[in-house]
Structure formats: C-alpha cells, structure tokens
Write a protein that binds this ligand. Structure first.
Ligand code: NI
Length: 172
C-alpha cells in the first residue's frame, strides 16, 4: 500500500475518461487500498477517485465514517454506475484536486449506485443526502468532470472562512 500524490486542476489527466476494469484483480485491489490510504491522510477528504492519483481506471473510495450524524462507509467501488436518481439538493462542495475552492452544486437528492466491491461482488448502494452527493462527485471524476464545471457559484475557501469568523465575532 502506498500514499499517492493527488493531481490538481490544470493537470490534463483529470479531464480524461477512465477505463473500466474487466475483473477485480490484484491491481484493482491495490488501487483501492492506495486510494483509501491517500484519502485517510488528507485533512477533510471524504472521497477520492483513481484519476486524482493519476490512474485512468474506474475506481473510487468514499468514506463518511467520520460523520457524526450518519457515519457510512468506507465504500470501495470498481466500475460504479448511477442507475437511478431522483430529486435535487444543493451542496457546497470542495475537492482535493481543486484546493482552496468551494462551490455550490445541484446534485440529485437520491441515487442508486451499482458497482463491484473489493471482492468483485456486485453491490447496490441506495444513497441519499451527503452520500448521494459524494458518490455523484466521485463518479464525475471518472468522466473527467470536476465540481467547478457544474457549480452555480464558486467561492474562495479562505475568504469564506474569514467572513464566517467575522460573523462569529460580531455575534459574540
Ligand atoms: Ni473531487
């Protein structure tokens, strides 16, 4: 297992379409493990897709185990596909490949994702709320799509934090 370098916006590889796996072989498993290891050492990442570490294959990891209200995951997914979606929600998203930026993105409220798990077994995830957002965001990466392409508004993270702090000071 290894921690891999995360590619950032401007890297043409992030804009390419990833190839599916025929089977969940050792290479696929190692990639999933590396994605998880790499995700774990980030400050606040909840998902990572293979192209973000420079591998154009359809693999993602999603980890919402740190969520207080509804901990979920970690999910290790090969060839994930959204087979059903419904509703709408707006989420303020960030991305490890787009440091310092946040954006408001309209995502489905609910999605059904079908994929293969680490053992090559077919799985189906019925997700809603934050999990639906993160799965949609990570699957977009496999088609070269970043949240900044879909955001209705983009914010500078530092600026946003400064404004929030000022607001908190005023309300003391
Ligand atoms: Ni991302």
């Amino acid at each position: 297992m290894a921690i891999r370098k995360i590619r950032e916006v401007g890297d043409p590889l992030l804009r390419k379409k990833s190839r599916p796996f025929d089977t969940v072989d050792e290479k696929a498993k190692e990639l999933l493990e590396d994605l998880y290891e790499t995700l774990k050492v980030t400050d606040d990442g909840v998902g990572l897709a293979a192209p973000q570490v420079g591998v154009l294959r359809r693999a993602i990891v999603v980890d919402l185990t740190m969520e207080e209200e509804n901990p979920q995951g970690p999910y290790f997914l090969i060839n994930p596909v959204i087979t059903k979606k419904s509703g709408e929600q707006v989420c303020r998203e960030g991305c490890l490949s787009v440091p310092g930026k946040l954006g408001d993105v309209i995502r489905p409220e609910k999605v059904t994702v079908e994929a293969l798990d680490k053992d090559g077994k077919k799985i189906k995830i019925k997700a809603e709320g934050l999990l639906a957002v993160v799965l949609s965001h990570e699957i977009d990466h496999l088609d070269g799509i970043l949240f900044i392409d879909k955001a209705t508004e983009i914010f500078d993270q530092e600026e946003l934090e400064r404004l929030e702090q000022e607001e908190a000071e005023r309300n003391k």
